[in-house]
Design a binder for this molecule. Sequence first.
Ligand code: VGL
Ligand code: ZN
Length: 197
Amino acid sequence: MKLKKALLIVDVQNDFCPGGALGIKDGDKIIPFINKYIKIFTSKKLPIFASRDWHPKKTAHFKKFGGVWPEHCIQDTKGATFHPKLKLPKEAILLYKGMDPEKDSYSAFQAQDENGMSLANLLKILDIKELCIAGLATDYCVRFTALDALKKGFKVKILSDAIKGVNLKPQDSEKAIKEMVKQGARQMILEDTEKEL
Ligand code: VGL
Ligand code: ZN
């Protein structure tokens, strides 16, 4: 029997796309692929999660307050909204993360829905055993989310044509993919979805 899958779209927000406060080169180029995955998961009636980096104005995550990043994805700003090209269905379950003013958090497993329910709990309720992960950024949120998922016993598919990295150091994304695969994640592209789902 196939394991029940869900699609997890990580942080496809204006600030992580070109022109944004932490714009990732070609970050928006993955969106047409993500939209195709959305169609496929919707047609199979499989759940779709979409996380958002959702920071308060003042947080130790920002350079200004001791962290490493320029200000980005501040709650209720344009930078924090989903990229306009992303076609999220109304059934998508929205997750918020990075609200703690004291610390960094990258993993979607540290995110919660609008009722404060954690991703782990939502997955349990929906009986999801496998996560297909797309979005931004390969070397941060995607990486931490995938590693957490594996630690928690989920199977993980990295959607290679639907992720992009920050690359503070040029090899960061490549290294992140190697690490996720070493820990048990597998890579998948659009062409594989018909037989995989
Ligand atoms: C992220 C950098 C800063 C991410 C969040 O979600 O990948 N990256 N904040
Ligand atoms: Zn952030």
